[in-house]
Design a protein around this ligand. Sequence first.
Ligand code: DC
Length: 241
Amino acid sequence: MTTQTTKNSRRRLTIAVDGFSSCGKSTFAKALAARFGYIFVDTGAMYRAVTLFALENGAIRSGIVDDEALIALLPKIDIAFRFNPKRGASDIYVNGDLVEGKIRTIEVSNCVSSVSSIGEVREKLVAMQQQMGRNKGIVMDGRDIGTVVFPDAEIKIFMTADPAVRAQRRYDELTAKGEQVSLSEIEENVRSRDIADQNRAISPLRKADDAVVLDNSYMSIDDQMVWFDEKFGNLFANSQL
Ligand code: DC
């Protein structure tokens, strides 16, 4: 028997990555998924897609979410991911429309915490997420993955970083795409979403008791992969499952 472990022969685990906004969760989760040949799911994109649909269909007006109108829209929202080989990641579609490029605007960011605090929204999206992970071999990032979606995940990581560093990262990302935003506006959004995510009544953001904290304020993606190997490499060593 060969001692070499190929992507497909590796043990199929569930990796839950939770943490604050703009911590680089998706970048890290995507790198892990590529390393192990796992599926990667960005659940923030799903909450953002619902928010975009609500904005486009009159359930959010002047930044105020009409909970009843949004709940009535939920059965009309079909979310799907399709792999985009150019990006090496999946793009998100709502009712067949590609919305990847429209869900990360400041307008969506400003409303997504309110939308994600609605129980019916969470119920629908959590059920979809559990379905996607039923065969394991998945890296999912979000806020409640290790606590609610996959409480039995073998690997749970809770990511954090200095809010000022996170705001700068988000600012660089948005201005590179040509969005007109100010750093102070972004920092305000990052801080207010931290408060909203940690204090909402349903599934607030919190570290699962068995999650390991990763503060990546001053770490490159390569540093983070080295950290992962040090913490969890033994779970994959010599595994042929
Ligand atoms: O990761 P992100 O910033 O794209 O997430 C957008 C918002 O969605 C975030 O403010 C909180 C919410 N969210 C959530 O409530 N639960 C998740 N599993 C993922 C995101």
